[in-house]
Write a protein that binds this ligand. Structure first.
Ligand code: FMN
Length: 271
């Protein structure tokens, strides 16, 4: 079975970013039999996030917007690897891609893309790709992906300049190799101290929430309320200590917040 890669194209037109991704696809196909599926955000029905927060609190299935969001999510869930490709527009990802990130923001609460490789591809005219690569890498990391250093290229506006071509081709081939190595590497990344801190603090908060909380149920179903991390891994002793400390602090803070909320509620009822 060929490995499956889904590419989400954030550009609002079929321009330089697509051209670069097509080259990356060619380069990967020279390494191995890999299937590519493209999702053009400009062509799908993906409505603007309304910020109601229903997906975060009650669950994504209660989102009032009925469109292609679940299809896109399922494509990502079924793939071995995911690429987000975007030009830099005003120092950020395009609005199309940002909207997808917002529509999938519930994944920050309930990460689910473990064991899958993610790589960002970012094109720029002059400046901004580095920041956007870092941003997308961080988003994907929070979502559970195994992230692979991205491909950031400076490109001419309409068609490649001869001086750009050679350098970019070399970088595209290197990125294809990196992505392939990550796709074929079965090992999960070793969590950093920051990863452990975040996992333990967040799960402390969810552990307090009643059974009605969507995140609490998700953490329980995944076995995360008792686990050392999202997936089985051997944690160094000092990371375990830091994790326990973070959990205690988060619990203290969460209890304090709960107390404040209860007082607020009692005040509302009295007045
Ligand atoms: C609305 C808009 C905003 C842009 N903002 C930036 C920017 O902040 N920094 C930059 O280096 N290039 C910027 N560019 C240039 C694009 O990043 C660059 O041309 C890119 O290769 C275009 O890819 P595309 O053909 O897929 O749209 C901008 C282009 C447009 C149309």
């Amino acid at each position: 079975m060929p490995r499956e890669v889904v590419v989400i194209i954030g550009s609002p037109h079929k321009g330089r970013t697509l051209e670069i991704v097509n080259k990356l696809e060619q380069s990967l196909k020279e390494i191995d039999n890999i299937s590519f599926e493209y999702v053009f955000l400009r062509d799908v029905d993906l409505k603007q996030c309304r910020g109601c927060g229903v997906c975060l609190e009650r669950g994504e299935e209660f989102c009032p917007l009925k469109d292609d969001r679940t299809d896109i999510f399922m494509k990502m869930m079924h793939a071995d690897g995911v690429i987000f490709a975007t030009p830099v527009y005003s120092l950020q990802v395009t609005a199309l891609l940002k909207n997808l990130l917002d529509r999938l923001a519930y994944v920050f609460h309930r990460p689910c893309f473990f064991h899958k490789t993610f790589m960002p591809v970012v094109t720029q005219g002059v400046y901004g790709a580095e920041g956007v690569l870092k941003y997308l890498d961080e988003v994907a990391h929070f979502w559970g992906f195994k992230t692979c250093p991205g491909l950031g290229l400076t490109v001419a506006w309409d068609k490649p300049l001869p001086s750009e071509q050679q350098k970019n081709e070399r970088e595209i081939n290197e990125a294809a190799r990196r992505f392939y190595n990550s796709l074929t590497n079965q090992a999960d990344p070793v969590p950093s101290i920051k990863d452990v801190l975040i996992f333990r603090s967040v799960r402390a908060i969810h552990s307090l929430a009643a059974g009605l909380s969507r995140d609490h149920r998700y953490y329980k179903e995944q076995g995360w309320l008792e686990a050392d991390y999202y997936y089985p891994t051997k944690l160094a002793w000092y990371k375990k200590i830091v994790g326990r400390w973070a959990e205690k602090q988060a619990l203290k803070q969460a209890l304090q917040t709960q107390k404040e909320k209860n007082l607020q509620l009692a005040g509302t009822k009295l007045s």
